[in-house]
Design a protein. Structure first.
Length: 127
């Protein structure tokens, strides 16, 4: 009986601890700033300003400033997370989609792999 109690407690701890990395589509809602990029030579800092603002209704904003200063380029977007854990984003109403496979997600980090550009991207959640 003692072993069964410990097994039950271990299962509860594992279930609660894995909650932070799950992705049900709603956990990705928020503002994600591109922080690092790997174009094949290892992770490097991304020094430009690039943010996805993802709202819970599947809409959002794409914000970009080439050197981090104004003027800022902003596009309205739509987005979704597929059952295959791919983040799809479109700035033209769904005619063309950018697709990023979600590799890992926590409450403060999002790691993706761009299926279009074949590069790893690391985002930080910002307020």
């Amino acid at each position: 009986m003692k072993k069964l109690t410990y097994l039950f407690l271990a299962l509860i701890i594992v279930a609660c601890g894995s909650d932070d990395s799950s992705n049900d589509g709603n956990s990705i809602v928020g503002n994600w700033q591109l922080n690092q990029i790997n174009e094949g030579n290892g992770l490097e800092p991304f020094n430009e300003f690039f943010v996805w603002e993802l709202y819970s209704d599947g809409t959002g904003l794409y914000r970009y400033r080439e050197d981090g200063t104004p003027p800022e380029v902003t596009f309205d977007i739509i987005w979704e997370v597929t059952p295959e854990n791919v983040l799809r984003l479109s700035a033209d109403g769904g005619q063309d989609w950018e697709e990023e496979e979600i590799l890992n997600q926590t409450s403060s980090e999002l790691w993706t792999y761009s299926l279009d550009w074949e590069e790893e991207l690391r985002y930080l959640k910002i307020p």
